[in-house]
Design a protein around this ligand. Structure first.
Ligand SMILES: *Cc1c(COP(=O)(O)O)cnc(C)c1O
Length: 221
């Protein structure tokens, strides 16, 4: 089990390093976020023991149940929220997470600003963009992005960049390229893009944060 986790981590890290090299980038400029949603502590611990410290979850409540215990053992864990966030959970999210990748609407920007004031914590934020313009998907419509960036900046969020999940059945590369262009146009350096199926492509197109679940933990049940 522990060996497995270490082998998977090494393999994903090597793939990231190779994709970085092929595109003239430094592997150090890409952060690997291990998405541990649906997995319990016994599945997560081997990665922690292998030295990995950056993890992501998609639900606040699930993370609250799991991470305080693990953090007591591994205090330097860095936690990222990658799932949709309800405004009434903003304070819990700010209290627990070091980064929030799913800022997607003005009401959430206000809720996060309020939560920051109350808790004194300032997680790094990414605006999630609905890059494929899919009605069922979360994320800010591309046309609303300039205003939302302005609001996030004036609300004093620590805005690092943009995040997206491209449409499931289409080639991801054009969507990654579009997200990179939008970030560049707005002077944002962070690009949270790339999952198990497409992270090497994402790295070649400029990803600074890749969010990887299945390749590290196996398929989710
Ligand atoms: C689950 C999830 C991931 C990881 O997906 P895998 O395909 O298992 O690597 C990445 N990003 C988000 C937003 C997710 O919900």
């Amino acid at each position: 089990m522990t060996e497995d986790a270490k082998a998977r981590l090494d393999k994903v890290s090597a793939n990231i390093a190779r994709a970085a090299k092929l595109s003239g980038r430094r592997a150090d400029d890409i952060q690997l976020i291990a998405i541990s949603k649906t997995h319990h502590a016994p599945a997560i611990r081997p990665l922690l023991e292998a030295g990995h410290r950056r993890f992501g979850e998609n639900r606040v409540q699930e993370a609250q149940a799991k991470w305080p215990g693990l953090r007591a053992e591994f205090p330097d864990v860095e936690l990222h929220l990658v799932g949709q966030l309800q405004s009434n959970k903003a304070e819990d999210a700010v209290a627990l997470f070091d980064a929030i990748h799913s800022v997607d609407r003005p009401s959430l920007v206000s809720a996060l600003a309020k939560a920051q004031q109350k808790t004194g914590r300032h997680p790094v934020c990414f605006i999630q963009v609905n890059i494929g313009d899919e009605p069922q998907k979360g994320g800010c419509p591309i046309k609303d992005l300039p205003d939302l960036i302005k609001e996030a900046r004036s609300a004093d969020l620590d805005l690092a960049g943009l995040m997206a999940v491209p449409p499931a059945d289409l080639e991801a590369a054009p969507y990654f390229a579009l997200l990179a262009k939008l970030a560049r146009d707005h002077g944002l350096k962070g690009l949270s893009m790339g999952m198990t199926g497409d992270y090497e492509t994402a790295v070649k197109l400029g990803a600074t944060h890749v969010r990887i679940g299945s390749a590290l933990f196996g398929a989710r049940g």
